[in-house]
Design a protein around this ligand. Structure first.
Ligand SMILES: *[C@@H]1O[C@H](CO)[C@@H](O)[C@H](O)[C@H]1NC(C)=O
Ligand SMILES: *[C@@H]1O[C@H](CO)[C@@H](O)[C@H](O)[C@H]1NC(C)=O
Length: 414
C-alpha cells in the first residue's frame, strides 16, 4: 500500500516536472508584448535572458528586491513553486553591479476548459450559437467558431458533405455568440466552438438541425381593448415578431394566456390569427394578457411570453354601441393578409348566447315575483271574503232563531 502511494507520488512528481517545461508560454499574439504566461498552481521557472553563463543574477519583483514566498534563485533562474495569482507581476533580473539584464511580466492562469454551447434560431434564415467558458482561466481568451454542414441523407450523393465547412461569424458587439447566415432549414450542422488562450485550446462540438432549434422571438405590439357593449369580452391583438420574415411558407401560430389581475391561474387559447376575442372575461375586472409564438408546423419550441398588457371589459350594457367606437375598433386592422384576418369578429349590437340566457333568466325571475305577489293578494282577499261570509251566516242563524221563537204558539212561550 505504502509503495503504491509512493509510486503515485513519483508519477505526480514526474508529471509536474513535465508541466514545468510546458507551463510557460511567451507570446506576442495576445497583444501583450513581453508577457510570459504561467499555469496556476504549477511550478514556474523564469530564465534571465542576457545573463552570461557562470555569472550570477539577482531578481527583483515589481521593482523591489523582495520576492514571492517560497521562491528560489538557482543558477540565475527564478523558481516559483505552485505559483499563485499573487505572484503575478513584473520580474527583472540584474547583474552583480545592479544593471538591468532583462524583465518579464508574468501572468498566471489556466488552460481552457471545455466550453458549453447552445444554439437557437429566432427565424428560419439565420441561427446563432452561444457559449460559455466552463472554467475561470484569468487569461486573455479567444474563440474559433466553425461549422460543418451535413446534407440530408438523400442529397449526400450530389455534393460532397465534407466541402460544407464555414465560419460561424462573431460580432464584437455580442460576445460569446456567433451567427450562421442563410442556414438551411432541413440540414444538420456540426458546430465547433474552440476556446483558445496562451496556455492551450479546447473545443466542444454540438450537432443541431435548424428546425429543432427554432424558437421565435415573442410577438410584439400586444394590445388589449374592451369590446363596446360586451362586458365579458376583450379584444386582443398583436404583431409578428420583427425578427420573423413574413413568408407564406413559414407562418407562426400563437397562444394567448389571460387572467384577471387578482387571480393566479391563466386561461390559454391557441390561434393562427394575430388577434383574438376573449369571451369569458370577468365583468369589471382588469385582466392581464400575454402571447407567445411558435412555428406553425410545431418545429422547435414556443417563444418566451411577450411583455404583459392589461385591459378592462366595457362596463354596462348599452343597447347600441356608438357607430364611432365600432368604426375605430375595425379600422385598427387595415387589410392584413386574408389568412391573418381575425375570425370571430363580434358584430356590433349582436349579443352573445350567455347574455341572452341571462336576460331570459332575469325576466323569468321577475315574472315569478309578480305572480307571487298576485297570489298573496288573492289569498288575502279570499281570507277576508270568507271571514265576512261566516259572520253573515252567524247573523242569519240568530235571525232564524228569532223568527222561530216568534212563530211558536203563545201557549208554548208562556
Ligand atoms: C440573416 O442574416 C443576414 C446576414 O447577417 C441579414 O442580412 C438578414 O437580415 C438576417 N435575416 C433575418 C431574418 O434576421
Ligand atoms: C474544431 O476547431 C478547431 C479549431 O479550428 C480544430 O483545431 C479542431 O480540429 C476542430 N475539431 C473538429 C472535430 O472538427
Amino acid at each position: 500500500m505504502l509503495s503504491l502511494v509512493s509510486c503515485v507520488g513519483r508519477v505526480v512528481v514526474l508529471l509536474a516536472a513535465v508541466l514545468v517545461t510546458t507551463s510557460i508560454t511567451m507570446s506576442g499574439e495576445w497583444g501583450e508584448e513581453g508577457v510570459t504566461y504561467g499555469q496556476l498552481g504549477k511550478d514556474v521557472t523564469l530564465t534571465c535572458a542576457g545573463v552570461s553563463p557562470g555569472s550570477t543574477a539577482t531578481w527583483q519583483w515589481n521593482g523591489a528586491p523582495a520576492l514571492p514566498e517560497d521562491s528560489a534563485v538557482q543558477q540565475g533562474q527564478l523558481f516559483l513553486p505552485h505559483a499563485e495569482l499573487s505572484s503575478e507581476g513584473l520580474y527583472s533580473c540584474h547583474d552583480a553591479s545592479g544593471l538591468l539584464l532583462s524583465s518579464i511580466t508574468l501572468r498566471l492562469g489556466r488552460a481552457p476548459g471545455l466550453p458549453s454551447i447552445s444554439c437557437r434560431a429566432s427565424n428560419y434564415e439565420n441561427f446563432s450559437c452561444f457559449w460559455a467558458s466552463s472554467l475561470e482561466t484569468f487569461l486573455p481568451t479567444k474563440y474559433i467558431t466553425t461549422y460543418r454542414k451535413k446534407q440530408l441523407p438523400g442529397s449526400e450523393n450530389r455534393r460532397s458533405p465534407t466541402s460544407d465547412v464555414g465560419l460561424c461569424v462573431q460580432d464584437p458587439a455580442q460576445p460569446f455568440s456567433c451567427t450562421v447566415s442563410k442556414s438551411q432549414f432541413w440540414s444538420s450542422y456540426r458546430m465547433n466552438v474552440t476556446e483558445v488562450n496562451p496556455l492551450g485550446s479546447s473545443f466542444r462540438l454540438l450537432d443541431i438541425t435548424v428546425q429543432a432549434i427554432i424558437k421565435p422571438d415573442p410577438p410584439e405590439g400586444l394590445r388589449v381593448e374592451p369590446v363596446p357593449s360586451a362586458p365579458r369580452r376583450l379584444r386582443v391583438s398583436w404583431e409578428y415578431p420583427s425578427t420573423w420574415p413574413k413568408e407564406p411558407h413559414f407562418q407562426l401560430k400563437f397562444r394567448l394566456q389571460y387572467r384577471p389581475v387578482i387571480d393566479n391561474s391563466w386561461s390559454v387559447v391557441e390561434t393562427a390569427n394575430v388577434s383574438e376575442v376573449i369571451t369569458d372575461a370577468f365583468m369589471g375586472l382588469e385582466h392581464v394578457v400575454q402571447v407567445s409564438a411558435r412555428d406553425f408546423l410545431d418545429a422547435g419550441s414556443w417563444s418566451e411570453w411577450s411583455a404583459e398588457a392589461w385591459g378592462v371589459p366595457a362596463t354596462g350594457l348599452t343597447a347600441v354601441p356608438s357607430e364611432a367606437a365600432t368604426a375605430a375598433v375595425e379600422s385598427e386592422n387595415p387589410a392584413e393578409g386574408p389568412s391573418l384576418a381575425p375570425q370571430n369578429e363580434p358584430v356590433a349590437g349582436r349579443s352573445d348566447p350567455t347574455e341572452k340566457v341571462a336576460v331570459l333568466v332575469s325576466l323569468g325571475v321577475f315574472a315569478f315575483f309578480v305572480l307571487a305577489v298576485i297570489l298573496v293578494f288573492a289569498f288575502l282577499m279570499w281570507v277576508r271574503v270568507k271571514k265576512h261570509s261566516k259572520e253573515a251566516t252567524k247573523n242569519h242563524d240568530l235571525l232564524a232563531a228569532a223568527i222561530h221563537l216568534k212563530a211558536l204558539p203563545k201557549a208554548q212561550i208562556l
